[in-house]
Every structure is written in structure tokens, then in C-alpha cells.
Design a protein around this ligand. Structure first.
Ligand SMILES: [Zn+2]
Length: 373
């Protein structure tokens, strides 16, 4: 038994574009017309203690030209089914996220601030290239968004096109939800991130790219407690119109980190990115969303899609996005250090790519997928 509430654009958003369920043409004209994409579709419901956001990932605003300079990928409709607890809990420590959507906007487009770009293309270098403010153009459009190799349009910064549909909303404006269930609001004049550019120069030679800390790399920034009003996850506790009793919430800021790079709560597994080139054939059902969240798998590198062949989703029992020694099955345990290449005690999504595909998950042959952008 589950109850499906059909609400376009969210429970609280009552802007005129969202006020008429089914009037898809209202929200879709620009995106669909400009780019040949289908109409934007998003359905937000509550099922068994979770908020479920099912969407085709097509935004309700115009997008840039894709493929285009800096981004060789064409945008296409996805089939997302994200879920998050309706009553999220904070943890004592932050959970660092790695190359996955940190949340999803009310229009069904993921927030995915990280990149797959590293200094010298070496992901072990510790020099992770930023999408915004860096030296390398990744072809972001006016919404600070671009497209993954699998066609997934996603935001790296504040989506101005989405905000433009919310002019009647009170500040702070709710723009989406994080993977742990806490809301994400757009920055107001009161909010300031507590991340600062480091002073001086980066190490050079083998240790680093050298040059001044200018925001090209994630590691150009450091958290300086008290320099802004937001915490390490770009969040704070406060009262908003949607949460009159107060809540922890994240803020999307115009400057670094733009979106949280770590979460205060526990991210739901539906936000984990599938392995690149997951291939056709993954058809396993999403678990625990009242039986209606099942998705056809097979889009390479998809997020919020089927878990076909994803060892993290299979073995990550506590949903922190990585496999611990305890969670690892005996054969994996035996070779744990081989897979845990950075030796931090967990096999994360990146490291899990070296694992064999779990049996019984229906993951088809993959390979050949490009890294995410
Ligand atoms: Zn990207």
C-alpha cells in the first residue's frame, strides 16, 4: 500500500508555473523547443517515510548549446528515481561525497558540483579541478550546468533559470533537496560560505601544479571557521517558510563550494552514480519506495537509476556510499587493500570500478563509458 501524491514542482512551491498539474507545456516550452528535448517531467511524492523525486532530468528552462565548446555531450532525457528521508537526521561527522549528485532540484535536475578532471589526469594527485572559476572550460551554460556523457544535464552552480520561475517565492528560496533529505536553498544576502582561497602558492614539481591558489582546484580552498555563516557542508540551522519549526539546511552559494561537497546526514543510495559504461541490461528494482520506483537500468553512468551490477549498491549496507571491510563479502575482504587504492579503509565508488560485477544483479556488459563531467 502506498500513497502517491502527484505534485508538480514540489509540495511547497506554488509558483504559477507549477500550480497546474499536467500543464507540462508551461514548464517545457523553452527547453523542449530549444533543444529538441522532451517536456520537463518531475513528480514529487511521499512514500513510506521518503520523498521520492522521479524525473526525466529535462529542466524547465532554456539550456545552452550541447554539444558545444568544452562539453562534447548532447543532453537527453533520463529516468531518475531519487529518494530521501522525509525526516532526515544529522550525523556527528560529515560524509564526504565523491563524484555523485549531492541532491536534486525541484525541477528534477541533479546538483552535481564535482568533476572528473584532475591535474595531469591523475585522480590520485589530490588536485581535483573545479568546474567553476578554474582555468579549464567545461562548457557550462548560463545556469552553470552542462551535460554528462550519458546525456544528464546537471548543475554545478546556482540555476538562474530555475530561480527565475520562483520570483514569487519568499527568501530563502527552496530549490531542491540533498541526498540526505535536508533542503537546499539559494543563497541570500545573509549567507556566506566559510571557505576561503588559501594564501600563497601551490606546491610545484611533482607535488603540485604550482601557481597561486586561484580556485582552479578544489584544494585551493580551505574551511575557515567563522569566516562565513555556513558550516563545512555549506549548511546551517534555521527557520524557513517551509520549515517553521527550524531545520538544518544547505545553501547553494555563488562562490565555492557552490553546493555541499559533504553532507550532514546520510546520503541515500539512490544518488550513487552507476559505474561508467554500465551497459544495457541492468534492470534491478529500486528498493524500498513502495514498489513504484523500479527503473529500467542501463543508461551508462546514470544516477538514481537501476543498481544493475553496482557493487557499492549491493554491499554498502549503511548507505554511506562506500564499502567498509565489515560490509565486504569474503572474496572482496581477502583483496580489500588491492581495491582500496588510497588506503582510507573504504572502497569508494571510484575504487569499486576495479571490482568484478556482482552476480544476480543483471548488469549487462559495459565498458567504454567516458568519465563524468
Ligand atoms: Zn559536470
Amino acid at each position: 500500500m502506498h500513497k502517491t501524491l502527484l505534485r508538480w514542482g514540489g509540495l511547497i512551491l506554488a509558483g504559477h508555473l507549477y500550480a497546474h498539474p499536467g500543464h507540462v507545456e508551461d514548464v517545457s516550452t523553452a527547453a523542449g523547443g530549444a533543444s529538441g528535448l522532451p517536456p520537463s517531467e518531475v513528480r514529487i511524492s511521499e512514500q513510506g517515510g521518503y520523498r521520492v523525486i522521479q524525473a526525466n532530468g529535462v529542466p524547465n528552462h532554456e539550456i545552452g548549446q550541447f554539444p558545444g565548446p568544452g562539453c562534447p555531450n548532447a543532453a537527453s532525457a533520463q529516468s531518475y528515481s531519487f529518494r530521501m528521508p522525509l525526516q532526515p537526521k544529522t550525523n556527528a561527522t560529515f560524509t564526504k561525497l565523491k563524484q555523485q549528485a549531492i541532491g536534486v532540484a525541484l525541477n528534477g535536475v541533479p546538483f552535481d558540483p564535482g568533476t572528473a578532471e584532475y591535474w595531469k589526469n591523475d585522480r590520485t594527485s589530490g588536485w581535483h579541478i573545479e568546474a567553476i572559476g578554474g582555468g579549464k572550460s567545461l562548457g557550462l551554460d548560463r545556469n552553470l550546468a552542462h551535460v554528462q556523457p550519458n546525456g544528464a544535464y546537471h548543475y554545478h552552480g546556482i540555476p538562474t533559470g530555475l530561480l527565475a520561475t520562483m520570483s514569487e517565492q519568499k527568501e530563502p528560496k527552496l530549490i531542491g533537496y540533498a541526498a540526505d533529505g535536508f533542503p537546499i536553498y539559494a543563497q541570500t544576502s545573509q549567507n556566506r560560505s566559510s571557505y576561503q582561497l588559501k594564501k600563497g602558492s601551490r606546491p610545484s614539481g611533482a607535488a603540485g601544479p604550482g601557481g597561486t591558489y586561484d580556485g582552479t582546484y578544489e584544494a585551493d580552498y580551505e574551511f575557515v571557521q567563522g569566516s562565513g555563516d555556513l558550516d563545512e557542508a555549506n549548511g546551517k540551522t534555521g527557520v524557513t517558510s517551509e520549515y517553521p519549526g527550524g531545520t538544518y539546511y544547505y545553501v547553494a552559494t555563488a562562490g565555492f563550494p557552490f553546493y555541499p561537497r559533504m553532507l550532514k546526514g546520510t546520503p541515500d543510495a539512490s544518488f550513487h552514480r552507476g559505474p561508467p559504461g554500465g551497459g544495457p541490461g541492468g534492470g534491478s528494482q529500486m528498493k524500498g519506495v513502495g514498489g513504484s520506483g523500479g527503473q529500467q537500468g542501463g543508461k551508462s553512468g546514470g544516477m538514481g537509476q537501476a543498481a544493475g551490477g553496482n557493487p557499492i549498491q549491493k554491499f554498502d549496507k549503511n548507505g554511506d556510499g562506500k564499502i567498509s571491510m565489515e560490509e565486504a563479502p569474503p572474496p572482496m575482504k581477502a583483496n580489500f587493500s588491492q581495491h582500496d587504492t588510497n588506503g582510507d579503509g573504504w572502497i569508494d565508488a571510484e575504487e569499486a570500478k576495479s571490482l568484478p560485477t556482482p552476480r544476480g544483479q543483471g548488469g549487462g556488459p559495459g565498458g567504454g563509458g567516458q568519465p563524468p563531467q
